[in-house]
Design a binder for this molecule. Structure first.
Ligand SMILES: [Mn+2]
Length: 394
């Protein structure tokens, strides 16, 4: 008999699906949050059943359980821990630990890809195209390689995972992996995913109009309230407002703050760490402590949201050699224009600023950070130019 303890996200459940494919009814699978794994391991060890092989995937145990597991192994117990998080690399010192962040070809690994490789090389499972394709989608999603490769199938697999219960998802995938030659979504799933995508798009459009910006801890931060779709929101808001270093997403009901960034020079796990939280460089979170509440909620509640750039312009375009016109809530106008091949300058309310910029983006970031401006629509732009012409005639 086997027992698999795995994470309750797509990558963790991918391992559960592979275990059921390989071992059928000879395996019991339990999915855990990061915090519940240690309880499960303790429970397993208390029963001290050496006839059951324990496999742990996508998660690692605390120090006490690390020692207990090794003692169990030394006493003849069967254990295998497979993980791909760099925080778990120290488990490689045990015969029962296998942690790899990259595979032999230098690709980032996921728990599902490591477990597939393990099952195939130990001849516990026959490799197949459809399973390899499923494993690769999970790997690309879990490592965020899907974004770089624009792998929409990987993103949609995770969306489907969240639309279904874990049991339904497992059942559907097991059926697919045993009866098809290639991995594809069926018509009903495609329809469901399309509807979900439209819903997320509308939600994000609304949230774009609620974002406020503040300067804190040496960073420019965008703040928005949202209970769901944090990854999508962090990504879309980050791209819409690239002058912001990161986006803080407040979940008031859950008393949590999520941090997301699209920038390589920002590590949001450091920001979260300042408030007693943690995570990865691009995605992290913390509890809404008193300090976090004061900074993110109390100090920002009175702020007006940022205005979006006009999107359907034909004349007032960004990077235009005629200049791009911006405005803030105080009705101050700013024209950002190239003065020669190298420099960009700004005219604020018809007065040229001393400061120049080496690129359009640098100039726009300066304006958006310091004056919270947005690109005006064509009508406003034309009126501004007409005004200039009239003044010239007078
Ligand atoms: Mn994982």
């Amino acid at each position: 008999m086997y027992k698999l303890l795995s994470h309750n996200d797509l990558d963790g459940v991918g391992c559960g699906i592979l275990a059921k494919l390989a071992f059928g009814d000879q395996v019991k699978v339990r999915y855990n949050s990061i915090s519940s794994l240690n309880r499960e391991v303790e429970w397993f060890l208390e029963n001290n059943d050496k006839n059951i092989s324990l496999i742990i995937t996508d998660l690692s145990v605390n120090e006490e359980n690390e020692e207990r597991l090794d003692a169990f192994y030394q006493a003849g117990g069967n254990i295998q821990l497979l993980d791909h998080h760099k925080t778990a690399l120290h488990f490689n010192r045990y015969k029962w630990g296998h942690v790899a962040v990259e595979d032999a070809e230098g690709h980032l690994t996921s728990a599902t890809s490591l477990f597939y490789e393990y099952l195939v090389t130990h001849q516990l499972m026959k490799p197949s195209n459809v399973t390899a394709e499923f494993v690769e989608l999970v790997r690309q999603y879990d490592t965020w390689e899907w974004e770089k490769n624009n792998n929409q199938e990987a993103r949609r697999l995770n969306a489907l995972f969240f639309l279904l219960s874990i049991e339904e998802f497992e059942e559907k995938m097991l059926h697919r992996l045993t009866s098809n030659d290639h991995f594809r979504f069926d018509e009903f799933e495609k329809k469901l995913l399309d509807m979900e995508e439209n819903k997320i798009e509308r939600y994000i459009r609304r949230k774009k109009r609620e974002l406020v910006q503040i300067q804190m801890g040496g960073h420019f931060t965008g703040i928005v309230y949202a209970e769901s779709y944090h990854s999508e929101l962090g990504n879309e808001l980050g791209k819409e407002y690239p002058h912001l270093d990161y986006i803080a997403i407040l979940n008031m009901g859950g008393k949590r703050v999520g941090f997301r960034t699209i920038h390589d020079h920002i590590d949001v796990s450091e920001v979260a760490g300042h408030f007693g939280g943690g995570g990865h460089a691009k995605a992290a979170g913390c509890s809404l402590t008193d300090e976090a509440y004061n900074q993110f909620v109390k100090d920002t509640f009175h702020l007006e949201p940022l205005q979006e750039d006009a999107k359907r312009n034909r004349y007032n375009m960004k990077r235009s050699s005629f200049g791009s016109l911006y405005k803030n809530r105080m009705e101050e106008v700013f024209l950002l224009y190239p003065v020669n091949d190298l420099d960009w300058a700004i005219v604020q309310n018809k007065t040229k600023m001393d400061q120049t910029f080496t690129s359009f983006d640098e100039g726009e970031h300066f304006l958006k950070r310091n004056y919270a401006v947005s690109l005006v629509n064509d009508d406003t732009f034309v009126n501004y130019l007409m005004d200039d012409i009239k003044k010239g005639i007078e």
